[in-house]
Design a protein around this ligand. Structure first.
Ligand SMILES: [Zn+2]
Ligand SMILES: [Zn+2]
Length: 301
C-alpha cells in the first residue's frame, strides 16, 4: 500500500464578473487543492476523487466587488505630479545626452551605455523586489508603503491591473526625481546621461511592465504583447511563476532577462542565508508562502 500526495492549484472555485461590452468573461480564480488521490490495500489502481466545482465563497465575491470600486486604486493629482516630475527629469537626461552626443558626433558610447542601463535595470528591479518582498514592514523608513503594497499584491495579484497608471508609478517616480535631478544638474557627459536615463526610466516604468505582466493577452495593446513575447518586457508566463509556489523566484520585472540566471544559481537564496547568519533576519519567503491566492484569468463565454 502506498499513498501519493499531490499539490495542484487548479481553478476550483470561480467567481465570475461579466461586462456587457466584452466577449470575454473575467474570472477571479480562488485556488486551492481539489484533487485527492487514494489507494487501497492490495489494489494498485488509483481512485481519483474529483470534488465538484463550487461557487466562490460570498466573502471572496464581496471582497472582489469592494476592490473593483476601491478608490485607493485611483490616481490623485499628487500621483500625477510626481509621475510628471519623474518623466521630466528623465527627458532632461535623455535630451542632454542626445544634444551633447550630436555636438561631439559621439553615438556608440551613449547607445551602449543606454543598453547597459536597460539590462542592469532588470537586475536592479529584481534586487529591489526581492528586498521588499522578504524584509521590513509598513513601518520601514522610505519603503514601508511599498512593502505594504507588494504584500497586498501577493494576496490579490490581479488588482494591479485595476490600479491607475500614476497610482502605480508615483512612488518610483518620486525616487527617480530626487536621484536623477541632481545628476542632471551636475553631469553633462552623454554616456553617463544615456545610462542614467535608461536605467532610471526602466526602473520607474517597471511597475507598468509589472502590471502588463498580469494583464490578459486579449486586453493588452498588441505592441505590448509583441514586446513581451520578444522578451523585451517581462513576459506574463515568467512573472506568473513568481506568484506560484515556491514563491521565491522570478523577481525581475523589467525584461526578466536576469531571472533564469539568478534562480538557477540560487543567488537570492544565498543572500537570504548570508543575511540570516550575519543579522539573524529571516526572509518572508521561508515562512509565509500561501497556497491560497487570487488570480485574474479569462475564460471564453
Ligand atoms: Zn513579489
Ligand atoms: Zn506580480
Amino acid at each position: 500500500m502506498y499513498s501519493l500526495a499531490q499539490h495542484k492549484y487548479p481553478p476550483s472555485l470561480h467567481h465570475q464578473s461579466c461586462t456587457s461590452d466584452s466577449l470575454l468573461c473575467r474570472a477571479r480564480v480562488y485556488c486551492t487543492t481539489t484533487t485527492n488521490t487514494k489507494s487501497r490495500s492490495g489494489d494498485k489502481q488509483l481512485a481519483i476523487e474529483q470534488r465538484p466545482v463550487l461557487p466562490a465563497p460570498p466573502v471572496v465575491a464581496a471582497a472582489n466587488r469592494l476592490i473593483e470600486n476601491d478608490p485607493s486604486l485611483n490616481s490623485t493629482w499628487s500621483h500625477r505630479a510626481w509621475v510628471a516630475a519623474g518623466c521630466t527629469t528623465l527627458l532632461i537626461s535623455l535630451g542632454q545626452s542626445t544634444k551633447v552626443a550630436a555636438d561631439l558626433h559621439m553615438w556608440v558610447e551613449p547607445i551602449i551605455a543606454g543598453y547597459v542601463g536597460y539590462i542592469l535595470a532588470d537586475l536592479g528591479s529584481g534586487i529591489y523586489h526581492w528586498g521588499i518582498d522578504n524584509y521590513g514592514d509598513g513601518s520601514t523608513p522610505f519603503v514601508g508603503s511599498q512593502i505594504e503594497a507588494f504584500q497586498g499584491h501577493h494576496k490579490l495579484p490581479w488588482t494591479i491591473t485595476r490600479r491607475h497608471f500614476a497610482n502605480n508609478l508615483h512612488a518610483l517616480a518620486r525616487a527617480v526625481t530626487f536621484i536623477v535631478l541632481p545628476i542632471d544638474l551636475v553631469c553633462h557627459d552623454p554616456t553617463v546621461q544615456a545610462f542614467v536615463a535608461m536605467f532610471a526610466g526602466c526602473i520607474m516604468f517597471s511597475q507598468q511592465f509589472h502590471a502588463w505582466a498580469h494583464g490578459t493577452k486579449s486586453r493588452l495593446p498588441p505592441l505590448v504583447v509583441a514586446l513581451q513575447e520578444a522578451r523585451v518586457l517581462v513576459s506574463r508566463s515568467q512573472h506568473g511563476a513568481h506568484h506560484r509556489p515556491p514563491y521565491n523566484n522570478n523577481y525581475c520585472i523589467v525584461s526578466g532577462v536576469w531571472n533564469e540566471f539568478l534562480d538557477e544559481h540560487k543567488v537570492f537564496e544565498a543572500m537570504e542565508l548570508i543575511l540570516y547568519f550575519t543579522l539573524g533576519v529571516r526572509p518572508r519567503s521561508w515562512s509565509e508562502p500561501t497556497s491560497e491566492w487570487l488570480e485574474e484569468t479569462e475564460i471564453p463565454l
